[in-house]
Design a protein around this ligand. Structure first.
Ligand code: SAH
Ligand code: SF4
Ligand code: F3S
Length: 478
């Protein structure tokens, strides 16, 4: 569920295109009110955070703040932060130094820290970062109007209360940096899993599922506004469960997938992230039976070794994971699977690392997000297991993992040469306005010469002619 840019540092990268700064255009500015104030927002971390920023934008819009990409022209600078690895937090602190300079030039500008780092550090953040005026945890965004008012009055505004109920179900997100074709829909919040390395249960709180009808309504609205793909988001989507309070009918994730798929056959449905212990055959059959549910599963393995998986508290072992992979390919032979992998977890031996490599081969991942282990304060691993693999060894193992995954991705993509895929056009390719880019059902990016009459949001058929480890190149064959 991350930036498609696996690096040694992994995720947490700023997704904003610097070249676009200064250009005050957003896909959807609600024009009805006169906006005399502006906010600027940067998001880091997982798709959930990017999706949350759109909720925050909607709340700010109602307060009379319009979005801007020019931080120097903004009255409120917000940073939606990630705590997943130390690097992610370092990046945020560096950005705060930059905001400091803007604030010096434009006194009165407020700076707010949102998201997981706000939750992890709470009021400590106000002590450590003097320029920060607001600290708002992921479940407290409805309180932003009050907190901004407090900060305007010269007080520091903080709310890091974690809720058992909040799903922002009734807030219609203001889509930021949208291509008008694809959108995220949050279907649940929090996580109850307690993987030993992971800070998310601490920063996001308990798992809760959003009203299924509000999800379908959001998907329907997006479809009517021209969007053609939705990605249902949660840390562990397979444990989605919602009970209709009126009928006591229970909606499982498989039911929800079918409900969203029924919005329109031309609305593609994706989802992320699946947990290997929870993904059911029912979900796999629902995917198989709906052409518009994409044949792609992000199924993070983390490690290929059963002892390490146990230390990680992933609650499955190597054999269980292999059986899941077999099941996916048995039910949907054309499905692509991707993964998250952690190198150098506490006490991991060379042989155990080798088992991660062999799992990458076995699972034939189309791609993976790969990281070296970063100890997070307060997690079970930090409390129980020494972080005893040297940085040098972690990096070497990670390099081996990345090298192998690149080979497997290349092979996977080469296997598509000669095949024709239905592609949803997302817009112009990065390199040329003579070419379109779009994804196939398997979530692979295809680049191909434009054809008159086609535009972003249309489907077309593309035959693959060339492939690298990252992209397929082809031509339209209608
Ligand atoms: N809910 C998702 C993942 C959330 S975090 C899931 O369960 O798969 C995204 C990824 O970051 C994780 O899958 C894991 O690979 C990585 N990650 C999490 N904590 C980490 C840590 N302490 N060090 C390194 N990588 C970590
Ligand atoms: Fe973290 Fe595990 Fe929850 Fe994913 S499932 S968010 S890795 S605790
Ligand atoms: Fe990061 Fe929080 Fe997501 S820690 S990965 S932004 S849930």
């Amino acid at each position: 569920m991350y930036n498609n840019n696996p690096t040694l540092e992994g995720i947490g990268n700023k997704q904003i295109d610097e070249s676009k700064q200064g250009d005050v255009f957003y896909a959807e500015q609600v024009q009805s009110k006169v906006k005399d104030k502006h906010f600027y927002i940067e998001s880091y971390g997982c798709q959930m955070n990017f999706s949350d920023s759109e909720i925050v934008a909607s709340i700010l819009n109602d307060m009379g703040y319009a979005p801007t990409r020019n931080m120097e022209a903004s009255d409120l600078i917000l940073i939606n932060t990630c705590s997943i690895r130390e690097k992610a937090e370092d990046t945020v602190r560096k950005r705060l130094r930059i905001f400091d300079k803007v604030k010096a030039k434009r006194p009165g500008t407020l700076v707010g820290v949102l998201g997981c780092m706000a939750e992890r550090l709470k009021s400590k953040l106000l002590d450590q970062e003097k320029l920060v005026d607001l600290v708002v945890g992921p479940d407290a965004y409805r309180d932003i109007p009050k907190l901004v008012a407090e900060a305007e009055g010269g007080d520091k505004g903080i709310n890091v209360f974690l809720s058992r109920e909040e799903t922002y179900a009734d807030i219609s997100p203001l889509r930021l940096d949208s291509n008008g074709v694809t959108a995220f829909i949050s279907i649940m919040r929090g996580c109850d899993n307690m993987c030993s390395f992971c800070v998310v249960p601490f920063t996001r709180g308990r798992e809760r599922s959003r009203n299924a009808f509000s999800i379908v309504a959001e998907a329907t609205d997006l479809y009517q506004r021209g969007y053609r793909e939705v990605t249902l988001l949660g840390q562990n989507v397979d444990s989605y469960k919602w009970e209709n309070p009126e009928t006591t009918d229970k909606v499982t994730f498989a039911n929800l997938l079918a409900m969203v798929a029924a919005v329109h056959p031309d609305l593609r449905v994706r989802f992320s992230t699946s947990h290997p212990k929870d993904i059911t055959d029912e979900v796999l059959y629902t995917m198989r039976d709906h052409e518009n549910i994409c044949k792609y599963i992000h199924l993070p393995v983390q490690s290929g070794n059963s002892r390490v998986l146990e230390l990680m508290n992933r609650t499955y072992d190597r054999d269980w994971y292999i059986q899941k992979i077999d099941r996916v390919y048995e039910i949907m032979p054309d499905c692509a699977v991707s993964s998250d992998i952690i190198a150098g977890f506490c006490s991991e031996t060379e042989e155990e690392h080798e088992e991660t490599l062999s799992m990458i081969e076995y699972a034939n991942y189309s791609m993976s997000y790969m990281f070296y282990y970063s100890e997070r304060p307060g997690t079970m691993a930090a409390r129980k297991y020494p972080d005893d693999i040297s940085l040098e060894v972690k990096k070497r193992r990670l390099t081996e993992i990345i090298r192998l995954q690149n080979q497997i991705s290349f092979r996977h993509n080469q296997g598509d040469i000669g095949k024709t895929f239905k592609v949803l056009i997302e817009g112009d390719s990065k390199k040329s306005d003579q070419e379109f880019k779009g994804r196939n059902s398997q979530n692979k990016m295809l680049v191909f010469p434009k054809r008159a009459g086609l535009k972003a949001g249309d489907y077309t058929y593309v035959k693959v002619l060339e492939a690298t480890s990252a992209t397929l190149k082809g031509e339209i064959v209608e």
